[in-house]
Design a protein. Structure first.
Length: 264
């Protein structure tokens, strides 16, 4: 794949297992986001990308971008933002009852009911990510694509968001594909990993892919070591939301000693 005469990706052949949480990792400039955009049909490419859904048709895709170019002064609520995906008449005429219920249902799925009447431009980073996730879930996607979904979150907010995604994937049966720079999050939540650096470096279960040799090939020899005891074998783990009384599974998922952040 070339953009403006520059080679971005070459000879990439990989598979995203149905029902998996597949993470795409690699250094800056490795082509991760470009690969997502190719899947979404937003850039031209040579080759084949097969996205098979049920009954032999193309699968439904939900997309959560890394950031939303948003006019913070825009007079639109979160509920109106969600309804805008399907409402034909201008929003100032109001939202139909059926669309309003769909919007609230999507917000309930992500624990964001309290956001419905808030101005979109007033949301914190974590709240906006929940709103964007609700927007992506409106059409019951079979493939949920996320570009750096936890960028800018602290450790607790990131762990809560990843646990929410695990819970939703388990309950609704979609396939999750996310770009991430956070090896810790990938270690504890991904069931399948695609490692890129303009070419495919490795693909498979986290235990196989996140090896010192592969990470050195992708990121350079300065890349920190990964604790092999924390790596998954590619088999989906229990994805129910954790019981607050249970001990944390790892330091990454442990709660902080202070108050939780407002945007978690």
């Amino acid at each position: 794949m070339r953009l403006d005469g520059v080679s971005i990706l070459e000879d990439v052949t990989a598979t995203v297992p149905r029902g998996s949480c597949t993470a795409i990792i690699g250094p800056n400039g490795a082509g991760k986001t470009t690969l997502l955009l190719a899947m979404l049909g937003h850039v031209h490419y040579k080759g084949t990308i097969a996205l098979s859904g049920s009954l032999g048709r193309r699968c439904r895709i939900g997309y959560v971008p890394q950031k939303l170019n948003l006019d913070r002064g825009l007079p639109i609520t979160v509920a109106e933002f969600l309804a805008s995906a399907h409402q034909r008449k201008p929003l100032w005429f109001g939202i139909s009852g059926s669309l309003s219920e769909r919007a609230m249902q999507a917000l309930r799925m992500v624990g964001g009911e309290a956001l419905a009447s808030k101005a979109l431009g007033s949301l914190s980073g974590g709240e906006l990510q929940r709103a964007l996730l609700a927007f992506a879930l409106l059409d019951q996607p079979e493939l949920l694509v996320l570009d750096e979904p936890t960028a800018g979150m602290d450790v607790q907010g990131e762990a809560m968001f990843c646990s929410l995604l695990d819970h939703l994937r388990s309950r609704h049966g979609f396939t999750e594909l996310m770009v991430s720079h956070d090896i810790a999050a990938v270690t504890h939540h991904a069931t399948h990993v695609i490692c890129l650096n303009r070419r495919l470096v490795a693909e498979g279960a986290p235990r196989e892919v996140l090896s010192p040799d592969n990470l050195a090939l992708a990121f350079g020899i300065h890349m920190g070591m990964v604790n092999p005891n924390a790596l998954g074998d590619g088999q989906p783990s229990s994805t129910d939301l954790p019981d607050p009384s249970d001990p944390p599974c790892c330091a990454h998922c442990a709660p902080p000693t202070g108050d939780a952040p407002a945007d978690a």
